[in-house]
Design a protein around this ligand. Structure first.
Ligand SMILES: Cc1ncc(COP(=O)(O)O)c(C=O)c1O
Length: 393
């Protein structure tokens, strides 16, 4: 009999099971909503990035259906051959106006936007200076670029400055940070980093995946929030979180965008979004512009829920956004907490190493604009009961 050359993977999985870190995929049986059904259990859902509830917004749904009826279900090609439809261009123009930049290019995902851009614009002769907690897609882009990678401690502008000061003046360098950090919910040190980038003639890049639709006027992101328009060379956003659909984009100058058309490998070598995706993203921008009160509701819910967790005595780290971690330390305890919450009707995913540091395992909560006060109060009551049972509070 043939020996299974992949047997080592089963051993790895067994080891995860022994450590209490094995996670089967939870299956959502209905729509992505604040109360919904996962694995046959109705739960208050604190695990999606659907900040504004747009995954099920009637205007987006209608535009997706209309685009499917009139334009079909797929594009049949990559963007650079036959897969650029007028609706893709319309979305990019709308995003450029929204982000206040010359141009935008849309990628298939935020991951592809980050990884594809960093890998395209840097070579092995360049240096990238990156916050230690930047998203995996940035890390992978840095590795793919073969540039020298210098990591600075989280949000430490002085440390980033020291790295830059030690590099030759003529060295090409990219300084890169998340706008909102996805596991801790804190903000990148944007004003300080922009100043340092300017001082050392560095390219400045911000991944605003969790900020678009959440921070700034009408959800324009952290660059708008901090008043940094014109000082960030490359802005990445995602269409998969607050926008409620799928995709990522890069906003910046026209030369950057045209260069990415020619050199960003996910853009060149992967088929473009179906028309329904582009159409519903355009509808999402209409909603951000015409119904900004949903962003205010998101923040009201955020303040209520965060204050509730803190009043119960949970450790919520340094979050400044709707992402509120409940940090418990050990990975196995985080998974236990998540399972116990789920059994009582609250879905907050457990997160452990390697996604976060070994001693910083947590369950991660995200409220949305569409949670009701009753749903959030119910979730807080369950957190209180389970947290006491497990000796966390
Ligand atoms: C900070 C950050 N950047 C980029 C991404 C990737 O976005 P997408 O889900 O659109 O690929 C994510 C999503 O997990 C993220 O949290």
């Amino acid at each position: 009999m043939r020996r299974d050359p992949l047997a080592y993977l089963t051993s790895e999985l067994d080891s995860l099971k022994q450590q209490g870190l094995y996670r089967p995929l939870r299956v959502l049986e209905g729509e992505q909503k604040p109360t919904t059904t996962f694995d046959h259990r109705q739960v208050v859902n604190l695990s999606s990035n659907n900040y504004l509830g747009l995954t099920t917004h009637p205007r987006l749904r209608e535009r997706a259906l209309e685009a499917t009826r009139t334009l079909g279900v797929g594009t049949g090609s990559v963007r650079t051959i036959a897969g650029t439809m007028a609706i893709h261009v319309e979305l990019e123009q709308r995003l450029a106006a929204f982000k206040n930049t010359e141009a935008v290019v849309v990628f298939q995902s935020g991951f592809a936007a980050n990884a594809g851009t960093v890998a395209a614009i840097l070579t092995k002769d360049d240096v990238v200076i990156s916050d230690e907690l930047n998203h995996a897609s940035i890390v992978d882009g840095c590795r793919l670029s073969r540039a020298t990678i210098k990591i600075f401690p989280h949000r430490d502008v002085d440390a980033a400055r020291s790295v830059l000061a030690a590099l030759p003046v003529a060295q090409r360098k990219l300084l890169i940070t998340d706008g909102v950090f996805s596991m801790d919910g804190d903000l990148g040190a944007l004003p300080g980093l922009c100043a340092v980038a300017e001082e050392f003639g560095c390219i400045m890049m911000v991944d605003d995946a969790h900020a678009s639709g959440v921070f700034g006027e009408n959800g324009r992101g952290t660059i708008d929030h901090f008043g940094l328009h014109g000082r960030v060379d490359i802005q990445v956003g995602t269409l998969s979180k607050a926008i409620g659909v799928l995709g990522g984009y890069v906003a910046g100058g026209r030369a950057l965008i045209e260069f990415l058309h020619h050199r960003a490998r996910p853009f060149l070598f992967s088929t473009s979004h179906p028309p329904a995706v582009a159409a519903s993203c355009i509808a999402a921008l209409d909603v951000l512009e015409q119904e900004p009160e949903i962003i205010e509701r998101l923040w009201e819910n955020t303040r209520f829920f965060k204050a509730g967790l803190q009043a119960l005595g949970f450790s919520t780290g340094s979050s400044e956004s709707p992402i509120t971690p409940v940090i418990v330390g050990e990975g196995a305890l985080a998974m236990k907490l998540s399972d116990a919450l789920f059994a009582k009707g609250v879905f907050a995913q457990g997160i452990a190493f390697p996604t976060v540091a070994r001693d910083k395992a947590r369950v991660r909560t995200i409220v949305t604009a569409t949670h009701t006060r009753d749903e959030l109060q119910f979730a807080l009551d369950v957190f209180a009961a389970v947290g006491r049972d497990l000796g966390i509070i």
